[in-house]
Design a protein around this ligand. Structure first.
Ligand code: NAD
Ligand code: LMR
Length: 332
């Protein structure tokens, strides 16, 4: 069996509880790969990870390798092939007497976590390590972590796959189509209410979703806010932010990066901009991506963006630029 090292921060949190068994079961990295898992937590709760480790052992998966719990980010990310940065504060909870309502509230609280983590990853993880940021605000946290890593050979991603899955599900339901028939979904920009889950270039059985649904008012005035505000709707309904679907999207992202993309399709994640589509360089921006399955990820070029799309993409770009400005002290 091959072996890989996977580090996960926030190992005692609710997303991790859904995520961890699926990382060591053969589902994510393949049945021929043993997964050495390093769980990283803050010192106050690191002991709880012993219970999680007991449960992972009790699952009895043959792909489960060594299991480590640590509060030391350096120990956790050393030689990691994949690092999943989940640890951070979610919306909906009270911090210092104030309820955290918007992702912007999380900027200052969570941003600081990603400076030390970025430095440790840059120095200690594998030279070709892949890093997926799930903790919010995911794009700007990834910007901080990547900047601090000072290691451009490593590949940083921020998660927009949950938004893409939500967007596909809504289009499939409206069209009365199977979810598997919805392809080519891009979530442009930020994982926030300004995201643009592109219905024009998404396809249902190979035809533009907008054409298939044939209800522009629904697409522009109902579908978009539904997807953009889905995270809040889950928090309001569940009293806690989405966890099973977030873990599922993290697994989808790892698999999409590690495996060759199906011909003609693409997947959605936020990566450092190379200037494509006029997006300022290095901003961590949701793009349509393909993988060759050997570590090469490309931004799909030549996608047509109509005036509606361009206006939406400008809004989410401006938001990311203002987030970048708000954390500029952490980027020095
Ligand atoms: P949670 O509060 O249940 O768990 C977070 C865990 O992170 C806690 O156990 C906490 O102790 C730990 N943690 C905090 N700081 C840490 C640090 N410096 N190092 C290691 N661990 C640390 O939260 P959750 O529901 O699991 O959500 C985690 C994050 O994911 C939140 O920021 C949430 O908003 C975000 N999220 C993102 C998406 C997405 O699509 N990108 C979707 C859902 C949730
Ligand atoms: C989500 O989209 O479900 C998460 O980012 C949680 C949130 O705060 O919306």
């Amino acid at each position: 069996m091959k072996e890989i090292n996977v580090a996960v921060t926030g190992g005692a949190g609710q997303i991790a509880y859904s995520l961890l068994p699926r990382l060591v079961s053969g589902e994510t990295f393949g049945v021929d790969t043993k997964v050495n898992l390093r769980l990283i937590e803050i010192p106050q709760v690191v002991d709880k990870l012993e219970g999680t480790i007991m449960e992972l052992i009790d699952c009895g998966f043959e792909q489960t390798g060594s299991l480590l719990a640590t509060a030391d980010i350096k120990e956790g990310v050393k030689d990691a092939h994949w690092v999943l940065l989940v640890g951070s504060i979610p919306r909906g909870i009270v911090v210092d007497g104030k309820k955290i309502e918007e992702r912007s509230d999380l900027l200052k609280i969570n941003g600081g976590i990603f400076t030390d983590q970025g430095e440790a990853i840059g120095k200690l993880a594998q030279e070709d390590a892949k890093i997926l940021v799930v903790g919010n605000p995911a794009n700007t946290n990834a910007l901080i972590g990547r900047t601090k890593s000072e290691n451009p050979a490593q590949s940083w991603f921020a998660m927009t796959a949950l938004d893409a899955n939500r967007a596909k599900a809504q289009l499939a339901e409206k069209a009365g189509a199977e979810i598997s028939s919805v392809t080519n979904m891009t979530v442009w920009g930020n994982h926030s209410p300004t995201m643009y889950p592109d219905p024009y270039n998404a396809q249902i059985d190979g035809v533009s979703a907008v054409e298939v649904i044939n209800d522009l008012d629904w697409v522009e005035n109902e579908y978009l806010p539904l997807v953009q505000q889905r995270g809040k709707a889950v928090i309001d309904a569940r009293g806690a932010s989405s966890a099973a679907s977030a873990a599922n999207a993290a697994i989808d992202t790892v698999k999409a990066v590690d495996n060759k993309t199906e011909e003609g399709d693409w997947f959605s994640a936020a990566v450092p901009s190379d200037g494509s589509y006029g997006i300022p360089e290095d901003l961590i921006f949701g793009f349509p991506l393909t993988s060759n399955g050997q570590g090469k990820i490309d931004i799909v070029q030549g996608i047509e963006l109509n005036d509606f799309a361009q206006a939406k993409i400008k809004i989410t770009t401006d938001e990311l630029l203002s987030e970048k400005e708000a954390v500029k002290d952490l980027l020095d």
